[in-house]
Design a protein around this ligand. Structure first.
Ligand code: CAA
Length: 279
C-alpha cells in the first residue's frame, strides 16, 4: 500500500519503520527541515541496529522505501495516512482538516495514532468522517505487537475492516478493538498504574528503584512503572492522564503534582535525558 506517516518522532519513526519493513512504500512528513533530518537519522539508526542484529537483510533496502520530507502535499496519492504528531488536539485537528483537502482517494484511510484524543472529534473536522479511525501503536513500535483499532461513531465498518487487515495482514501486528473513549483499552489500565507508582514516590513510600525492581522481579513486568513513564515520556504520560481525568473525572486518573512539576521543569524522561532516572 502507499502509506503516509505524519510526524517522525518516537512513534512516527517506529510506524514508518514497521510499514517499510513490511514492504510498503512510505512517505513521511515532518514540520520542518531540521525535524525531517532528525527523523531520517532516527530511522537510519534503528534500521542499522535491526540489520546488525540480523532482523533485516539490508537497512539500505528498507530505507529506499521511505522518503522523509516537509511537504504535506506529498501525501496526495496515499491510500492510508497515519498521523503521529504531538498529543495536542488543536494541532491534530488542524492537520486532519489539511489532510482532508490533500489526500485525493475518496476511500483513503485517515488514521490517527493518538493515545487519548477522541477519534470522533478529529473525524468531525473532515468531510469524510467515515474514513477516519484510530490505529494506536505501542512504544517501541518495532518491538510491541499490539495495535488498538478505534472506530469513531461515524467510522464506516469497511474502514474498520481495512485498517484491521492492514495492521494484522500487512504489518503482522495483533489488533484489538477499542471503543472511542479516552485511554482506549490499554492506557485506561496502564496510566493509573503508572500514576500510582508516581504517587508512591511523591509520598516517600518507596524509591523509584525499589518500586521498579518490585514489579520487574515480583510481577515479571518487562520494566517497572517509573522506567516505563520515562520511556513513554513524562509529558505524554501527563497529557494522557489529563485526557482520562477530563473524560471520567475519577481521582485515579488525575496527574499527581510531582509529575506536573517534573514536566514543567523539563524533566521529560528518556527523551530529555532525565526523568525518574538519568540517561
Ligand atoms: N526499537 C527497536 N527495537 C528495540 C527498541 C527500540 N526502541 N528497544 C528495544 N528494542 C529491542 C531490542 O533490540 C531487543 O531485541 P532482541 O531481543 O532481538 O535483542 C529487544 O527489543 C529487547 O530490548 P533490550 O534487551 O534492550 O531491553 P529489554 O529486554 O529491557 O526490553 C523493552 C526493552 C522492549 C522496551 C521492554 O522493556 C518492554 O517491552 N517494556 C514495556 C514497554 C511498554 O509497556 N510499552 C508501552 C508503553 S504505552 C504506549 O506506548 C502507549 C501510549 O499511548 C502511551
Amino acid at each position: 500500500m502507499r502509506v503516509g506517516v505524519v510526524g517522525c518522532g518516537l512513534m512516527g519513526a517506529g510506524i514508518a519503520e514497521v510499514c517499510a519493513r513490511a514492504g510498503q512504500d512510505v512517505v513521511v512528513v515532518e514540520s520542518d527541515a531540521d525535524r525531517a533530518a532528525a527523523g531520517r537519522a532516527r530511522l537510519t539508526a534503528s534500521l542499522e541496529k535491526a540489520q546488525a542484529k540480523g532482523k533485516i537483510d539490508s537497512a539500505a533496502e528498507v530505507l529506499e522505501r521511505i522518503s522523509v520530507g516537509e511537504d504535506l502535499q506529498a501525501l496526495g496519492d496515499r491510500e492510508i495516512v497515519i498521523e503521529a504528531i504531538a498529543e495536542d488536539e488543536s494541532l491534530k485537528a488542524a492537520l486532519f482538516a489539511q489532510l482532508d483537502q490533500i489526500v485525493k482517494a475518496s476511500d483513503a484511510i485517515l488514521a490517527t495514532n493518538t493515545s487519548s484524543i477522541p477519534i470522533s472529534r478529529l473525524a468531525a473536522v473532515t468531510g469524510r468522517p467515515e474514513n477516519v479511525i484510530g490505529v494506536h501503536f505501542f512504544n517501541p513500535v518495532p518491538v510491541l505487537s499490539l495495535v488498538e483499532i478505534v472506530p469513531g461513531l461515524l467510522t464506516a465498518d469497511e474502514t474498520t475492516r481495512r485498517a484491521t487487515d492492514f495492521a494484522q495482514d500487512v504489518l503482522g501486528k495483533h489488533a484489538i478493538r477499542s471503543p472511542d473513549r479516552a485511554g482506549f483499552v490499554v492506557n485506561a489500565l496502564l496510566i493509573p498504574f503508572v500514576l500510582s507508582a508516581i504517587r508512591m514516590v511523591e509520598a516517600g513510600f518507596a524509591t523509584a528503584e525499589d518500586i521498579d525492581e518490585g514489579l520487574v522481579r515480583g510481577a515479571a513486568h518487562p520494566m517497572g512503572p517509573l522506567r516505563l513513564a520515562d520511556l513513554i515520556g513524562l509529558d505524554t504520560t501527563a497529557a494522557v492522564a489529563r485526557s482520562l481525568y477530563e473524560e471520567f473525572k475519577e481521582p485515579l486518573f488525575a496527574p499527581p503534582p510531582l509529575l506536573l512539576r517534573m514536566v514543567e521543569t523539563g524533566l521529560l524522561g528518556r527523551k530529555s535525558g532525565r526523568g525518574f532516572y538519568t540517561y
